[in-house]
Design a protein around this ligand. Structure first.
Ligand SMILES: CC(C)(COP(=O)(O)OP(=O)(O)OC[C@H]1O[C@@H](n2cnc3c(N)ncnc32)[C@H](O)[C@@H]1OP(=O)(O)O)[C@@H](O)C(=O)NCCC(=O)NCCS
Length: 142
């Protein structure tokens, strides 16, 4: 049986309300990221991955800059551990490979490092605090 969701790449222009609804729940309400940091004005310049359930509900997202910087990977709590996050990352990595990116990177929240290690991202540098949460830069050579 196939997965009960699909992931597609969208522009901010096309996906804004759905992408915002996920990030509002996960980053602002669940993780306590201040709204002014979450809405950093950089979304227009990114490719976005959007996961939709077969019912059409927005359940996960992520974004990637033209320089290969990946961020804002989020899956709604009730949809976690069902490989939605993996499918979002694969969609972004497929895009990066198709466009000849040499490497991608992510500022990983430290709790999520095992998630990124699954794609063979490796840690780089020291832990730092962003939006009040511990992070570490991780890099994947393509
Ligand atoms: C991190 C997150 C995106 C993972 O999404 P997900 O859909 O649950 O992940 P998947 O089901 O694809 O997980 C794949 C693997 O990643 C690992 N993993 C997933 N979530 C993890 C977590 N929170 N901590 C550590 N490892 C995790 C597991 O090894 C898992 O493999 P398994 O299913 O064989 O155990 C999701 O937990 C989330 O939205 N968290 C809150 C927001 C966040 O912290 N985002 C990351 C910002 S850097």
């Amino acid at each position: 049986m196939g997965q009960p969701f699909t992931v597609s790449l969208v522009s901010w222009h096309d996906g804004e309300p759905l992408l915002k609804s996920i990030r509002e729940v996960v980053f602002i309400r669940e993780q306590g990221v201040p709204a002014e940091l979450e809405w950093d004005g950089l979304d227009e310049g990114c490719r976005h991955a959007l996961a939709l359930s077969h019912q059409g509900d927005a359940i996960g997202c992520g974004r990637m800059f033209a320089n290969g910087h990946i961020g804002r990977i989020a899956v709604l709590p009730q949809w976690r551990e069902k490989k939605v996050g993996t499918a979002i990352m694969e969609a972004l990595l497929d895009y990066a490979r198709a466009h000849d990116y040499k490497q991608v990177d992510v500022d990983a929240q430290t709790h999520a490092m095992p998630f990124y290690r699954n794609f063979e991202f490796v840690e780089q540098g020291k832990e730092f605090i962003d939006a009040g949460l511990p992070h570490l830069k991780m890099v994947l050579k393509l």
